[in-house]
Design a protein around this ligand. Structure first.
Ligand SMILES: [Zn+2]
Length: 214
């Protein structure tokens, strides 16, 4: 009896398309000539050997040709190589970002003193279900060449005698571009009676670069 491997070797050692094989006719083995069409054969992509088209695994180099097997070389590429490459790519990208940040650091507002000015502002009172609110609205302008965000407002309130009676701080969420204006509102929960708030003064004490990570 021929086992599968011997049968294969017979196909392999034959020349051309005509292969010798054996077939059981009745109770006797007889030699037959099998015409093999091109559809029944394929070339192994790894060892370039002609192998049966239905082979899931190359009989010569033993490499799995079916993607359903974990031992197929491309499965390894997808499971291991691509994720590793992606991880390296991410690391490279982060390093590049970090390097750019080091070479071209975001500016500090302290290097641009007074470049964000409050053009106009006013104080208003609002009665809400949560009580009485004092809010300061106005317009700021950016006279520097940098973009800023997270503006910190310093607000001081005075009584009719010019004595400071209260203070408040606010932070903006908007970004203000070079040469631009932006409107703002800071709401304050007053601790004193509304009659005590006679006047106020507002300024921008700090801001963060719009280029920075935070
Ligand atoms: Zn092979």
């Amino acid at each position: 009896m021929l086992d599968e491997h011997d049968k294969y070797n017979r196909y392999r050692t034959s020349t051309g398309r005509k292969c010798m094989g054996r077939q059981l006719a009745g109770k006797k083995w007889r030699l037959i000539t099998i015409e093999m069409s091109s559809q029944e054969n394929k070339t192994c992509p790894y060892c370039a050997e002609t192998i049966p088209a239905a082979a899931k695994r190359c009989p010569r180099c033993r490499i799995w040709l079916s993607f359903r097997s974990l031992r197929h070389p491309l499965v390894g590429v997808f499971v291991v190589v691509l994720p590793v490459m992606a991880a390296y790519f991410m690391m490279g990208y982060k390093l590049l970002n970090h390097f750019q940040m080091m070479m071209n650091p975001p500016p500090f507002y302290s290097d641009f003193p007074g470049s964000i000015k409050v053009l106009e502002s006013r104080m208003n009172w609002a009665d809400t279900t949560d009580g009485r609110f004092l809010f300061v609205t106005g317009i700021v302008t950016n006279q520097s060449s940098a973009s800023w965000r997270g503006l910190e407002f310093d607000i001081r309130f005075f009584d009719s005698n010019g004595q400071m009676i209260d203070a408040a701080n606010g932070r903006s969420l908007f970004t203000i571009l070079p040469g631009n204006e932006s409107a703002f509102r800071v709401s304050v929960k007053p601790l004193l009676s509304s009659n005590d708030y006679s006047s106020f003064r507002i300024s921008v004490s700090n801001a963060r670069s719009a280029k920075g990570p935070f």
